[in-house]
Design a protein around this ligand. Structure first.
Ligand SMILES: [Zn+2]
Length: 100
């Protein structure tokens, strides 16, 4: 099982359990967003950064500018926090359905 480091807490976790971030918009400035393929196998290639599915880790990563540094991006997407929370909700719903 491949391990990746959380950009927030610095812990190592199974890649599939983390949320993957990648860079969009090579031309109009490199912006960090959530990789829609998170959790799946490497659907999108390229450079990625990972954060635990946990708003605390997300907050820590934002404070350290860990995503923009790791991904050599200009900025994060303006709605990234909301996107992250939305992604967690979707994933939780999905997990619940699977366990029923
Ligand atoms: Zn973490």
């Amino acid at each position: 099982m491949p391990l990746r480091t959380c950009a927030g807490c610095g812990g190592k976790f199974a890649k599939a359990s983390l949320v993957r971030f990648t860079v969009f918009g090579e031309v109009s400035g490199r912006i960090v967003g959530i990789d829609p393929g998170s959790g799946d196998k490497d659907r999108s290639g390229g450079r990625g950064a990972y954060i635990c599915p946990n708003p605390v880790c997300f907050g820590k990563a934002m404070k350290k500018n860990a995503l923009t540094r790791r991904l050599r991006a200009a900025a994060v997407s303006p709605g990234l926090k909301q996107d992250f929370e939305h992604f967690l909700r979707l994933r939780n719903n999905h997990d619940k359905k699977e366990s029923l």
